[in-house]
Design a protein around this ligand. Structure first.
Ligand SMILES: [Zn+2]
Length: 363
């Protein structure tokens, strides 16, 4: 009898501990999604407006839907600076209602650069989409978040952030007012180091309309503090002549949100210590010499600026493919994605970290 009691207690305890450590990293699913989007026998390059981009959109939609999330397709015409750049594209959204109607957005683009570059769009940006899908599934399956979390897979980023711009443009005043922050996942694995950025304090162009620009680093700072407490290896970039420490440019989907007055954060894997084409500005992603024409380890950069062809860049190049990445950086993709997964599952489940203005005023 005693023995039986003992076993029951063991079983009970093991169930409790399993439930508490249920953030186990879904590496197999993530790899499957990356292969489906950007593997050799997957969809492949997903240029804005192409059949492949639509296939990728359908893939994301089905993943959201099969997880029981309310997914939506939001089509738009891709016009950039008055020119039509693609027939049509679409954003795919999924929403997880929280205790509050305040909305925190997590977004990533699913399109990629053209096939001619040699890129399959693995790190830029199938890996972020794969992570986002599994993050959404995890949140959906666990406790209700403090605020409503909206996931957006953006189309047509590579041709001028069109999906994100269209999303912001189409917001009603009421929906706009509910958004307390936005986290953009773009190229969150591949490069040597993991960084979290905020918007540029002096603002982006915002197509001439800077009036409501939000430079607040609130979510960058909270995410970095959380990462430190969890012993995860995210850092604030050290700063360079163009960008003060921890601040990033308006070249990805976070920019239209910052322009619309929404505090943003942006995760990126690169290496700000490397000397690339325009200095140590984070464009060169790796010190792996195989990704440079000639790498000088002392200078941490090119040997000869006039002869350098590769610059240690992965995004938009022939190195952004699974075969190359797995060979040059064994285990890196999943190891780095696990860091983001750990960080973001914790971030979304913590009410204080997710809240917007209340804490903004306090800080
Ligand atoms: Zn990208």
């Amino acid at each position: 009898m005693r023995l039986i009691k003992f076993f029951i207690i063991i079983v009970l305890f093991s169930k409790v501990s399993l439930a508490n450590t249920d953030s186990s990293f879904p590496s197999k699913n993530i790899m499957k999604h990356i292969e489906a989007l950007a593997g050799e026998s997957g969809i492949g390059p997903r240029i804005a407006g192409s059949e492949e981009e639509i296939q990728a959109a359908n893939f994301v939609y089905k993943q959201f839907e099969s997880a029981g999330l309310a997914a939506e397709v939001e089509p738009f015409k891709a016009v950039f600076r008055g020119k039509k750049v693609a027939e049509a594209s679409q954003n795919i959204t999924a929403i997880i209602p929280g205790h509050s109607t305040d909305v925190f957005i997590i977004g990533a683009h699913y399109d990629s650069v053209p096939k001619a570059t040699g890129s399959m769009g693995v790190i830029d940006n199938a890996a972020s989409i794969a992570l986002m899908i599994e993050l959404a599934k995890h949140i959906q399956a666990t406790k209700k978040p403090a605020v409503t979390v909206k996931f957006i897979a953006f189309g047509a980023e590579e041709v001028g952030l069109i999906g994100a711009k269209e999303y912001v443009k189409a917001l009603s005043k009421t929906d706009h007012a509910k958004i307390i922050g936005m986290l953009n996942l773009d190229s969150i694995t591949g490069g040597d180091n993991l960084y979290i950025h905020s918007a540029l304090s002096k603002g982006y162009d915002c197509e001439g309309n800077k009036a409501s620009f939000a430079a607040s680093p609130i979510y960058r700072d909270r995410l970095l503090a959380l990462a430190e407490s969890m012993k995860l290896s995210f850092a604030k970039h050290p700063g360079n002549p163009s960008y003060p420490a921890g601040e990033t440019g308006g070249w990805s989907d976070h920019a239209p949100f910052a322009c619309a007055g929404i505090p943003i954060a942006n995760i990126e894997a690169t290496n700000f210590s490397l000397l690339g084409r325009n200095g140590r500005d984070g464009y060169s992603q790796t010190e792996n010499a195989n990704l440079w024409t000639c790498y000088d380890p002392v200078k941490k950069g090119y040997c000869d600026k006039t002869k350098e062809k590769q610059w240690g860049e992965i995004w938009h190049t022939q190195f952004d493919r699974l075969d190359v990445l797995n060979k040059e950086f064994p285990n890196r993709l999943l190891t780095q994605l696990e860091q983001s997964y750990e960080l973001l599952t914790k971030f979304v489940s913590d009410e204080k970290l997710l809240q917007g203005e209340v804490l903004l005023g306090e800080e």
